[in-house]
Design a protein around this ligand. Structure first.
Ligand code: 1QQ
Length: 434
């Protein structure tokens, strides 16, 4: 009897402790990838580029890249999942021998701590390390604007994976590319669909006026609203770090808008949504890329139904690419079942893009790798068929989303339409605005 009790309590302990252990250590990304690959046949990621570029023969045994993300501070809601996306890609790239036999890709992570000055320090460190072939990051557009000039000066290739301010490539120089669609490629389609869905006539606009991303998002929103014949009945601003948005919200809500349009990063976006609802505003809220983190949804629980946000990738896309399905399965297996978000998908894709450039250049020379990044066309990725256009900016299909039941749902699905309709509307709106 006593033995049975001991056995039972041991079992109970195991039941309690095991999930924690698995969460902490996860399964290795390699195991996870193998599992995902078993499910759907051959792993797809990189296959098309393997066919395009022969196995490299001139690379050193270790190829080092830098990754600079906001692993702490207010933007860590984006940075931590970016790190998980990069880690998964690196493990897969090495497991597949993507850089040739005996060649290992190694990534050095640095924390930018949600601070533009720290971004400059980290980028300077990377440019001073002769082993660093390319850099992935930084997380925020504001950090890219501050730090990429250091890399441009040194001729070190940088690939942003979440910078969405418009015109960054033209502003920062030819050693800068990004895997993240600019707001100008996402917002016009979202506003066109939202206008149709909600019959928008008058909106109030709230934006941060001290950040490159929130300022750029504001410009794109205002242009898209004008293109769709929507009046802006009020405009209000705030600063990074603000906690109280009640004065601005009172002013905007007092104008009786059909929707509130908000260009904000996650920390401020959360407060804005919650305070708007506390003021009794029940209408729609339309947000930019800053809203795309699931953390924004968990921290605005009960207040976010109907929130409309444009994005680059959606977990519930009804027509996911095969590589997207494989990415989701591998990511969840490697991260204790946690769902990937758009930022993880972009960081994962970006790491494969950098590896592809190194593979295709068969070189760790900075200029050769940079040229090869820009030369990537039509690569099959979780984001869809990915290319850089003549201007060096990324192109793939964006997706408009609406929050239903606490999750981002593709707007076309919520509206009962087809994904083709979304793609068409997006393409039309993007064309009209450019
Ligand atoms: C940017 C962004 C942020 C909202 C995400 C990291 O898009 O700063 O450009």
């Amino acid at each position: 009897m006593r033995n049975l009790k001991v056995l039972l309590s041991l079992l109970c302990m195991l039941v309690l402790v095991l999930p924690v252990l698995t969460l902490q250590h996860g399964v290795s990304a390699q195991d996870a990838t193998e599992e995902a690959t078993e499910m759907s046949g051959e792993m797809l990621m990189g296959q098309d580029m393997m066919a395009q570029c022969p196995d490299p023969a001139s690379l050193p045994e270790t190829v080092n890249i830098g990754a600079m993300f906001d692993l702490s501070g207010t933007a860590s809601v984006y940075g931590l999942v970016q790190q998980a996306g990069v880690n998964l890609a690196v493990e897969q790239i090495n497991a597949a021998g993507y850089l040739g036999e005996g060649v290992t890709l190694e990534v050095q992570f640095q924390d930018v701590a949600s601070d533009a000055q720290q971004a400059i320090n980290v980028m300077t460190g990377f440019t001073e390390d002769p082993n660093i072939v390319a850099v992935i990051g930084p997380t925020l557009s504001t950090e890219a604007v501050a730090s990429v000039p250091v890399a441009q000066e040194a001729g070190l290739p940088v690939l942003g994976v979440s910078n969405t301010a418009t015109g960054l490539r033209a502003a920062l120089g030819d050693f800068y590319h990004r895997a993240s669609l600019p707001e100008s490629a996402v917002i016009p389609g979202t506003i066109a669909q939202a206008t149709e869905l909600l019959g928008l006539q008058n909106v109030g606009v709230l934006y941060g006026n001290d950040d490159d991303f929130t300022l750029s998002g504001y410009d794109v929103f205002v242009q898209a609203l004008a293109d769709n014949g929507v009046n802006v009945v009020g405009e209000e601003t705030f600063l990074k770090g603000d906690l109280d948005f009640n004065t601005q919200l009172t002013n905007l809500i007092g104008q009786n808008p059909d929707a509130l349009v908000v260009s904000a990063l996650a920390a401020e976006a959360i407060q804005i949504v919650n305070q708007a609802r506390q003021q009794g505003y029940t209408g729609p809220i339309i947000g930019g890329n800053g809203f795309n983190s699931p953390t924004v949804l968990t921290q605005t629980e009960g207040n976010n139904e109907g929130l409309i946000v444009g994005g680059s990738w959606n977990y519930d896309n009804p027509n996911p690419t095969e590589s997207s399905q494989q990415f989701v399965a591998a990511y969840e297996a490697a991260n204790g079942g946690t769902r990937p978000d758009q930022f993880a998908a972009q960081a994962y894709t970006g790491t494969w893009l950098v590896a592809t450039a190194i593979r295709c250049a068969d070189s760790v020379d900075h200029a050769a790798v940079n040229e090869a990044i820009g030369g990537i066309t039509n690569m099959e990725t979780p984001l869809g068929a990915f290319s850089f256009d003549e201007a060096g900016e990324p192109t793939h299909e964006p997706i408009a989303q609406i929050v239903q039941g606490g999750k981002f749902v593709p707007l076309a699905v919520a509206m009962g339409g087809t994904m083709e309709a979304t793609a068409e509307a997006t393409a039309e709106a993007t064309e009209a605005s450019s």
